[in-house]
Ligand binder design. Structure first.
Ligand SMILES: *[C@@H]1O[C@H](CO)[C@@H](O)[C@H](O)[C@H]1NC(C)=O
Ligand SMILES: *[C@@H]1O[C@H](CO)[C@@H](O)[C@H](O)[C@H]1NC(C)=O
Ligand SMILES: *[C@@H]1O[C@H](CO)[C@@H](O)[C@H](O)[C@H]1NC(C)=O
Ligand SMILES: *[C@@H]1O[C@H](CO)[C@@H](O)[C@H](O)[C@H]1NC(C)=O
Ligand SMILES: *[C@@H]1O[C@H](CO)[C@@H](O)[C@H](O)[C@H]1NC(C)=O
Length: 472
């Protein structure tokens, strides 16, 4: 929802400062990680009386910000993630008024119920050229708490174009003691956005979670608090400001993705951090994530994998094919890449810059909050990509995901690689323990002895103690 490009055009002085600052973004990120990533020592309880039942989907309540105008289209996103869990999901989609009957073309009983937001005309909004709906959207936090659901551990908020991976959110939040005050989310991929808004803010479109104990207190103080922030642009800035006034800082969970990017987000998806995928956002503004598909079809395709092994989604393992000197990167449920040479692990993990900035004109190093590597201008020098074709649960709980070679505009690729058409990846269903979530370790993979020239088979497993991932 944060459309920074709309609002900074007039602020040229700020832009100049911003350009200077953003070249130091790496430093800023480092500082912010140091500040944000610290464990909350005060919140650590480990005595036996603190043991409670594991967190499940029915402990969550979702508050989704939408509108009469956007819901008829955007509900297609909600269908992807709400419908499969329909009977366990609680929450509301907040609209300014109910969309007209003719837009109810599908069975909406499979979607979250619609709630009409309260009137916010008495609140001040003074951000020039901004949208005052930011107040209504910010108050989704308060109005979701006011639904009075029982036995709530976490409130999860997002926009109507936020795609959640609910079981991964449950898994991730179960790391934290919901009785303490937590504000969990992630900031923008764009340094400029983070510099302008805050490195400490959970971006609303990426989605964020607030523990119920914090949410209840926040709801009580919310209205008088947001009056103090009438000069801010967005809804998430208001929520962030009031949580900050309560003395609480962001707990960073990099599985939430605001996706303040344009174009092809392949690079971002193929190099996901080792942490469950929690959300994707802004997919109206990016290319479809699979070639030759519409956005909607491509997301359905992604969910074919997510519905089989949600926790393994986009988890990246790298193996080396010694005989051919190939580097093979598996981003599970999405893509397999073969680099026809030796690429060391730290370089494979860099995000390929396949996308463009959310706000262009800033084509300088340090635009993103992660390390990127430019795409080679010669398509022949890029890795060969194999996109997810299908996922099936084979015998004995082995999951087989197949990836098919994408078109590459190159005529002189190495013969041995040219023949490769399909990669099959054999995995077990991933079920991370709390300890593995707290201290994640990348998995290892092995290339199986080949049975056909056009096909490669790969298995993944936990790495052995002391095992290193490199070309032997
Ligand atoms: C809508 O969903 C309900 C509940 O699952 C079902 O009973 C009903 O048949 C569906 N209606 C249509 C038109 O698909
Ligand atoms: C929730 O509880 C509050 C306080 O008890 C009450 O004022 C409010 O009407 C309730 N809301 C709903 C939706 O039941
Ligand atoms: C799955 O994909 C592979 C590779 O693209 C293909 O050979 C296989 O027939 C597909 N299986 C199904 C059930 O569609
Ligand atoms: C994409 O679609 C076109 C037209 O349907 C087809 O010719 C082409 O082979 C497809 N490409 C891939 C990579 O599937
Ligand atoms: C492939 O590359 C050539 C040379 O760069 C270009 O002329 C051609 O249009 C490209 N073909 C496709 C299908 O992108």
């Amino acid at each position: 929802m944060l459309l920074l490009h709309k609002i900074t055009k007039t602020q040229s002085l700020k832009n100049i400062i911003l350009l200077i600052i953003s070249s130091f973004c790496g430093t800023y990120v480092l500082v912010s990680l140091l500040l944000l990533g610290k464990p909350k020592l005060l919140n650590v309880h480990s005595s036996s009386e603190d043991v409670f039942e594991p967190t499940t989907l029915d402990h969550l309540v979702f508050g989704i910000a939408s509108s009469k105008a956007s819901w008829p289209k955007r509900k297609e996103y909600a269908k992807l993630w709400w419908e499969p869990n329909n009977n366990k999901m609680r929450g509301c989609v907040f609209v300014d008024s109910i969309p007209p009957r003719k837009d109810h073309t599908t069975n909406d009983t499979h979607l979250p119920p619609l709630c009409i937001s309260e009137d916010t005309s008495q609140f001040r909004y003074t951000f020039r050229n901004g949208l005052r709906s930011a107040i209504r959207v910010a108050r989704v936090v308060k109005e979701t708490v006011a639904l009075n659901h029982s036995d709530v551990r976490w409130y999860v908020f997002g926009d109507d174009d936020t795609i959640f991976f609910p079981s991964n959110i449950v898994k991730t939040l179960s790391k934290y003691d919901h009785r303490l005050w937590y504000y969990v989310g992630a900031n923008s991929e764009s340094c400029k956005q983070d510099w302008f808004f805050s490195f400490g803010m959970a971006y609303g479109g990426g989605g964020f979670a607030i523990s119920s104990s914090l949410a209840k207190v926040l709801a009580k103080v919310f209205d008088p608090c947001i009056e103090r922030y009438h000069h801010l642009y967005g809804s998430d800035g208001r929520v962030y400001s009031c949580i900050t006034e309560l003395g609480i800082t962001l707990t960073l969970e990099p599985g939430f993705h605001q996706v303040d990017l344009k174009g092809n987000i392949f690079g971002l998806l193929a190099s996901h951090p080792i942490t469950p995928l929690l959300s994707l956002h802004h997919l109206d503004s990016t290319n479809p994530i699979f070639p030759n598909m519409t956005t909607s079809k491509s997301l359905q395709h992604l969910f074919e994998a997510a519905n089989v092994d949600s926790q393994r989604m986009l988890q990246q393992t790298v193996c080396y094919h010694k005989q051919f000197s190939w580097t093979i990167s598996v981003s599970w449920g999405y893509v397999v890449q073969i680099f026809p040479n030796h690429v060391s692990l730290p370089d494979v993990l860099k995000v390929q810059e396949t996308f463009k900035e959310w706000q262009p004109k800033n084509n300088i190093a340090g635009a993103y909050t992660f390390n990127t590597i430019p795409l080679h201008h010669d398509p022949c020098k890029r890795p060969i990509t194999f996109y997810l074709d299908n996922v099936s649960s084979g015998k004995h709980g082995i999951i087989i995901s197949s990836y098919r070679k994408a078109f590459q505009n190159c005529s002189y690729k190495m013969a041995s690689l040219q023949q490769m058409e399909v990669i099959k990846v054999f995995t077990n269903k991933l079920d991370l323990s709390i300890k593995q979530l707290q201290a994640p370790r990348r998995h290892c993979c092995d290339v199986l002895p080949s049975r056909a020239r056009d096909q490669m088979e790969i298995t993944t497993r936990e790495c052995k103690i002391g095992e290193l991932i490199y070309m032997h």
